[in-house]
Design a protein around this ligand. Structure first.
Ligand code: NAD
Length: 259
């Protein structure tokens, strides 16, 4: 399977850490060149070093995806980096704040929707013409278990990830005949900076440990995922091995949504 993506180029948003970083490395192992975007220079450099160590080539672009005007030039730069665009992984995401609905803030809603919904919409809008030029391609949107079921206290995040599912399904239908496959990956808990930040926000060490153990227990497999396990699913959905898979939600969650 190695080098099955030789000659292809991918754009990965949020490539400076977590699932995005693992995806850049996994795509590099398959022979694809990657363009990674993010806000952290040091994180992008770390990813570039890991991709290089895996024998791949990457090009980093710094951008804040909350700025809608930044996205068209970002996609143009990404497509120009290796002269083509075959895969898009809409991975960057914001977790929002944990609170009951009446205590959620409008600012948090706007922040989360700008990153989790508007940005992937605009990335797809501007990237699809490039994919069509190559005769097709694949788009993978990072949704979440929270895009399929409700997670207590996470109304804004869940609403945004359900919106990602809507975007994914309709984009999949719109472009199925033109050779672009659009799918979503729906992780449960994944050991990344995003999830660590969430647990670190619990000040009491005992409560933090108990909350983490209770969270792990909601996954029938008894543990959360590694970023590499999610990256494997993303690479599969990009690859020709997924040639008949269109518009799906693929849980990578140790049984979380089956429970
Ligand atoms: N970690 C989990 O438990 C989990 C579970 C389900 C879904 N997800 C989803 O997976 C995706 C990746 O998250 P992760 O867990 O790897 O977290 P992470 O914090 O390691 O990575 C998130 C990435 O998104 C980037 N990002 C966030 N806001 C941005 C913005 N405005 N502009 C540019 N970049 C921005 C960050 O810089 C970072 O690179 C997210 O969409 C997240 O919602 C994560």
């Amino acid at each position: 399977m190695a080098n099955s993506m030789q000659g292809k180029a991918a754009l990965i948003t949020g490539g400076s850490s977590g699932i995005g970083q693992a995806t850049a490395v996994a795509l590099a192992r398959e022979g694809a060149k990657t363009v990674i975007t993010g806000r952290s220079t040091s994180g992008l450099e770390e990813t570039a070093a890991k991709v290089k160590a895996a024998g791949g080539e990457t090009h980093a672009l710094e951008a804040d995806l909350k700025d809608p005007n930044a996205i068209e030039p970002l996609v143009a730069d990404a497509a120009a980096a290796f002269g083509r665009l075959d895969y898009v992984v809409n991975n960057a995401g914001a977790e929002g704040e944990v609170n009951v609905v009446a205590d959620q803030r409008l600012e948090s809603y706007e922040d989360v929707f700008a990153t989790n919904v508007r940005a992937p919409f605009l990335i797809m809008k501007y990237a699809i013409p490039h994919l069509l030029k190559q005769g097709g391609g694949a788009i993978v949107n990072l949704a979440s278990g929270g895009g399929l079921v409700g997670v207590p206290g996470a109304s804004i995040y869940c609403a945004s990830k359900h919106a990602v599912m809507g975007l994914t399904k309709v984009a999949a239908i719109d472009y199925a005949k033109q050779g672009i496959r659009v799918n979503a990956v729906n992780p449960g808990g994944v050991d990344t900076p995003m999830l660590r930040k969430f647990f670190e926000s619990i000040p009491d060490a005992g409560q933090r440990k108990a909350a983490r153990e209770a969270f792990d227990a909601t996954h029938p497999i008894g543990r959360i995922a590694t970023p590499e396990e999610v990256a494997d699913a993303i690479v599969f959905l990009c690859s020709d091995r997924a040639s008949n898979i269109v518009g799906i939600a693929l849980p990578v969650d140790g049984g979380y949504v089956a429970n």
